[in-house]
Ligand binder design. Structure first.
Ligand SMILES: [Zn+2]
Length: 485
């Protein structure tokens, strides 16, 4: 039988606040265990939660970026369950009254665009973290109470590739609007996938399996693809799909059962009596909307449209918000210095090319931070030296290597290394004269019209001057010395 897969994703993303959702404890990652805790996030009796306003702003920004509607009144609920990393015995979440709903996200897979529905975005708090290392299990509660948004997607996805692209697109948006650091390894961006299959043409949903704890987009894609095949084999053999939670084993390339979900867990949600309803008035929503950073897709459109970059360059330079900002700053400074005869478009392309070919390989990113070994000023000044004919493009690479990791001005390096491009027409002409005398046969052929030999002499001139001869002047000298006649 032919089947169609139905996939819906739930993403938990930590909001980049300095303090937790309902107390003043730090959210910094990597502190010694249980050092960032207080009576509120430890769930001690009598401690009262106070909602973090910055978390609300970031959550609303997330929902708006996904075109969700914002509900003027919403409510926090207690989701009751027992687990060692949840000292209160309940998680503060939003249940039947989330602060936003009905959004969408556009993805593109294999050149085909697709709009995926967003059911809702709601706020909740994170739990602590259990560490299992036999014979003991220990709990770190530093993460307990860190603010999250849960982004619930509609079951609109039909393949592992679509699911992976949805996650990449969503992660990119969250990182570019500064609400999440997108760090899958540290667990600040986590995804669960609900996967079911049904015969093609069937409208009812099949029994779904939840894939959990998969910490890379590539693994999500592979796990879903495997799960679709596994479920089809079960049904074809006359079996039935068991509702369960499964994990992904990268070594065997298969999913495995973690726990059965046959009996739906009853979380006994009820409104949290310690927290008043959350009211978001129009003025607040308008303010958050007004401060929305540029979305990555809009940035790429501007890079290709206004700035004249190729779609590929625009894609590469938006690999990280820090890189995109660096490119824009360097292009602005380079254009501002008024180098080159051409307009701003060509300047932006020069800067884009240099960043892609020389700098990008040296950039280190971690979360929202990007470590770039030179400043935008240095890049603009360096390319200015090329535009002005002081150094060649080849020498620019050497100057970059010298200034990388330092605050040195490119001009200072050029002076220190004595690598000024030879732009003295007289000196170049006498060099060319000498080269012609040394290679009379090639000179005669060039004189006779074999123009491809121009490259031969330019190459020799570059070798003689260690790449510092101005190639345009070499060409002109050759034309003058060997020109027609
Ligand atoms: Zn606390």
């Amino acid at each position: 039988m032919r089947y169609e897969a139905v996939i819906g994703l739930e993403v938990h993303a930590q909001l980049l606040t300095r303090t937790k959702a309902f107390c003043g404890c730090s959210t910094a990652y990597g502190a010694p265990p249980n050092t960032q805790v207080c009576p509120v996030c430890l769930g001690l009796p009598g401690a009262l939660p106070v909602l973090n306003g910055e978390a609300v702003r970031l959550a609303v920004r997330t929902a708006l970026a996904l075109s969700c509607g914002i509900r003027p009144a919403s409510r926090f609920a207690r989701k009751n369950y027992f687990y060692p990393d949840l000292p209160k015995g309940y998680q503060i979440s939003q249940f039947d009254e989330p602060f936003s709903d009905r959004g969408e996200l556009e993805i593109e897979v294999g050149g085909v665009k697709k709009t995926v529905g967003i059911t809702r975005v709601h706020m909740e708090e994170d739990a602590g973290k259990s560490h299992h290392s036999a014979p003991h299990s220990v709990v770190d509660l530093n993460r307990s109470g860190v603010p999250l948004v849960e982004i619930v997607g509609e079951p609109d996805l039909r393949s592992g590739a679509e699911a992976a692209e949805y996650l990449r697109t969503l992660r990119e948006i969250l990182v570019f609007i500064g609400v999440n650091d997108g760090n899958l390894e540290e667990g600040s961006f986590r995804c669960d996938a609900n996967v079911s299959i049904r015969p093609v043409g069937e409208t009812r949903l099949g029994t779904r399996v939840e894939l959990k704890n998969i910490n890379s987009f590539r693994f999500v894609e592979k796990a879903i693809a495997h799960e679709i095949v596994r479920q089809a084999e079960v049904l074809d053999a006359g079996g039935r799909i068991v509702q369960e939670t499964r994990g992904w084993d990268e070594d065997t390339g298969t999913t495995f059962s973690m726990r059965s979900k046959e009996e739906a867990q009853d979380y006994r949600y009820f409104p949290d009596p310690d927290l008043p309803p959350l009211r978001l008035d129009d003025a607040f929503v308008a303010e958050v909307r007004g401060l929305m950073p540029e979305l990555p897709e809009a940035k790429r459109r501007r890079f290709t449209g206004e700035m004249g970059l190729t779609p590929y360059a625009a894609q590469v330079l938006t690999v990280h918000p820090g890189v995109a900002a660096f490119f824009e700053e360097a292009a602005k400074r380079h254009a501002g210095a008024g180098h080159g005869p051409a307009g701003a478009t060509s300047n932006a392309t020069k800067v884009a090319n240099f960043i892609q070919s020389e700098i990008l390989g040296d950039v280190q990113t971690h979360g929202l931070d990007a470590k770039i070994p030179v400043s935008a000023d240095q890049v603009a000044a360096l390319l200015g030296l090329v535009d002005g004919g002081t150094i060649s493009g080849k020498q620019a690479k050497e100057v970059y290597a010298a200034i990388a990791g330092t605050a040195e001005a490119p001009a200072a390096v050029v002076a220190r290394l004595g690598m000024q491009q030879v732009s003295d027409a007289g000196a170049i002409e006498s060099l060319c004269k000498r080269l012609i005398e040394q290679h009379p046969k090639q000179a005669d052929q060039l004189r006779a019209g074999k123009v491809s030999l121009t490259g031969f002499f330019v190459g020799l001139a570059m070798k003689e001057t260690k790449g510092s001869a101005n190639p345009q002047l070499v060409n002109e000298a050759l034309k003058k010395l060997l020109g027609p006649g």
